[in-house]
Ligand binder design. Structure first.
Ligand code: HC1
Ligand code: SF4
Length: 562
């Protein structure tokens, strides 16, 4: 340890840390727009300068390590003056349209502006739409402050490296090479860069206007369905705690917006499990391609198609819960309720930017009409002054609004695997092996392995979150270092709870609390195995026929592209 003084107060802290890390732990505010914990040491924005006694110039807190006896001042008038000059230079290059910017109060520039006293600035605001890219991951170059967080994020989380730093000084840009639009790059649309961008330079394509248009169209019936991990995050923009399970209020909010029916993607998750567990058992028994891989995360599916097509035969043919629910709702309405497919607009609320891409896949055409991220729904509610936290509780519509505990944990890494095991093990053992909680596949380690002995039949599984972890796993499978039957991959850290469409900020701590929220939702459910959902049973009996049968295959399964 070392003993240091910050703003006149003495602290004993671990050695080897930077001043910025120490200040963060002590809750002493030092502004920065480029540092990212464990992912980027920073060094780009220049805002974190502090006064270190004895040093000839002000030091950047992000790259200066603490030393024994160091005396640091974080907020003197001289420090603030230099920060103001640095900040003025950042602002002079930044398109300012705060009242209509999607980042709203979560913009980190606004936080720094408040800290420094924004009204004192004299900046010539720039206003340009030059270079705007309306891909699903949208870019607005005039809002980019070249902090390079997206560069680090894309290299470390999906491990792809779409972004580069080009040019010098004032003319420098951070963008995909050759000024390609995002949709022309091999981006897998996970949106992790969006949740880390400090400004509104990277956002999701906004589909709220299209949804509003549908809601006001008297010819249409507009349905909404929300994903597992939306329920533990949508409360945050309304002052609720991360991890608080918000279902009843969310249903009310969607009804207030004018949705005609409100369903739950969790029903789709239960449906996915019965089809996927059935597929796994059939692949094991009939010598099908193993290991089978989950296919519900479109970031992962994109990654396989673009970078590892040799693993396409391993992907489960099951559509994702979003697509299964979408396809089932429309065909069920047509055949059972006599409502034509053209009349229905199905909107899903997802923690995910890649789901917007999934909805556009020709193989899944018509299943989902529009996808709104958790953030977009929060913005939409705020536009109508609907305070989610104050709404009464309501219930989702039947039959597609009912779910088991297995479905709700889909939203956290390891959850799809645990849900699948609950059903597969039950079926394989003829109901004699009543295991419910598979804790070996839980937790935030990026790569987990487990095996289950079902009365002598050993099932070996693996779980990866982030595509850089998936890349390691694929390598191990190819080299014969592991022999497994089944593996789950989710592209985002922690799974969908840490998705690219979730509220900002989305810190490791918040992801952990959202995960705990999903496990507590699971524990509270009376039914915790997907195949025990009475509405799933009824839908098969009344409409789909056999699990894995012809009709189920036609509606609920898909194909992939090389
Ligand atoms: Fe997910 Fe899924 S868990 S992929 O992250 O399989 O988006 O939450 O809805 O489809 O159910 C996302 C979450 C989500 C699907 C399910
Ligand atoms: Fe989307 Fe979830 Fe996959 Fe992230 S982990 S890309 S949020 S489906």
């Amino acid at each position: 340890t070392v003993t240091i003084k910050i703003d006149g107060k003495e602290y004993t802290v671990e050695s080897g840390q930077t001043i910025l890390e120490v200040c963060k732990k002590l809750d002493i505010y030092v502004p920065t727009l480029c540092f990212m914990e464990k992912m980027s040491e920073g060094g780009h924005c220049g805002l974190c300068i502090v006064d270190v006694k004895g040093a000839r110039t002000f030091q950047r807190a992000c790259i200066t390590k603490v030393r024994d006896g160091m005396e640091i001042e974080t907020n003197t008038p001289a420090v603030r003056d230099v920060r103001k000059t640095v900040f003025e230079m950042i602002l002079a290059d930044h398109k300012i349209e705060c009242p209509v910017c999607k980042r709203d109060e979560t913009c980190e520039i606004r936080k720094v502006a408040k800290h420094l006293g924004f009204p004192e600035f004299e900046v010539e605001p720039i206003y340009t739409d030059e270079g705007v890219d309306n891909s699903i991951i949208s870019r607005e170059p005039a809002k980019c402050i070249k902090c390079q967080r997206c560069v680090n994020t894309c290299e470390l989380i999906p491990g792809i490296g779409i972004y580069g730093f080009f040019g010098k000084g004032h003319d420098a840009t951070v963008e995909p090479p050759k000024s390609l639009s995002m949709s022309e790059t091999p981006c897998i649309v996970c949106g992790q860069c969006v949740v880390r961008c400090p400004t509104g330079a990277l956002t999701e394509r906004d589909d709220t206007e299209k949804v509003l248009e549908a809601l006001y169209d008297p010819e249409k019936l507009v349905f909404a369905s929300f994903a597992p991990s939306v329920r533990v995050a949508i409360g945050e923009p309304f002052g609720m705690e991360p991890g608080e399970v918000v279902v009843g209020k969310l249903v009310s909010a969607l009804r207030r917006l004018g949705f005609d029916r409100v369903y739950d993607v969790n029903f789709g998750a239960d449906l996915t499990i019965v089809e996927e567990a059935n597929e796994l058992i059939s692949r094991i028994k009939n010598g099908g391609v193993l290991p089978m891989a989950t296919s519900c995360c479109p970031g992962w599916v994109n990654f396989v198609e673009k970078f590892h097509p040799e693993f396409i035969p391993n992907l489960s043919s099951c559509k994702s819960p979003q697509a299964m629910l979408g396809a089932l709702v429309k065909s069920y309405m047509k055949e059972i309720e006599g409502i034509s497919e053209e009349k229905i607009i199905h909107v899903t609320i997802m923690p995910c930017t890649a789901k917007k891409y999934e909805a556009l896949r020709p193989e899944l055409s018509g299943d989902t009409d529009y996808v709104l991220t958790t953030r977009e729904l929060a913005r939409l509610l705020k536009r109508f002054d609907i305070d989610l936290s104050k709404l009464p509780e309501d219930e989702a519509d039947k039959p597609f609004g009912e779910y088991t505990g297995a479905a709700t944990i889909f939203g956290v890494t390891g959850g799809v695997m645990e849900a699948a095991l609950r059903t597969a093990v039950d079926w394989l053992s003829g109901g004699t092996f009543d295991k419910l909680e598979f804790t070996a596949v839980r937790g935030m380690e990026d790569l987990k392995f487990a095996e289950v002995d079902v009365n002598g039949t050993i099932i070996r599984v693996a779980v990866a979150h982030t595509l850089s972890a998936a890349e390691k796993l694929l390598h191990m499978i190819k080299n014969g270092e592991v022999e497994i039957h089944f593996f789950e991959v989710m592209a985002c850290p922690g799974g969908c709870v840490g998705g690219g469409g979730q509220p900002i900020p989305s810190t490791t701590e918040m992801i952990k609390r959202r995960s705990e929220g999903l496990y507590s939702d699971d524990e509270k459910r009376v039914l915790r195995k997907s195949h025990e959902n009475p509405y799933i049973k009824a839908v098969y009996e009344k409409y789909l026929g056999a699990i894995g049968g012809e009709k189920a295959h036609h509606i609920l399964h898909t194909t992939y592209r090389v």
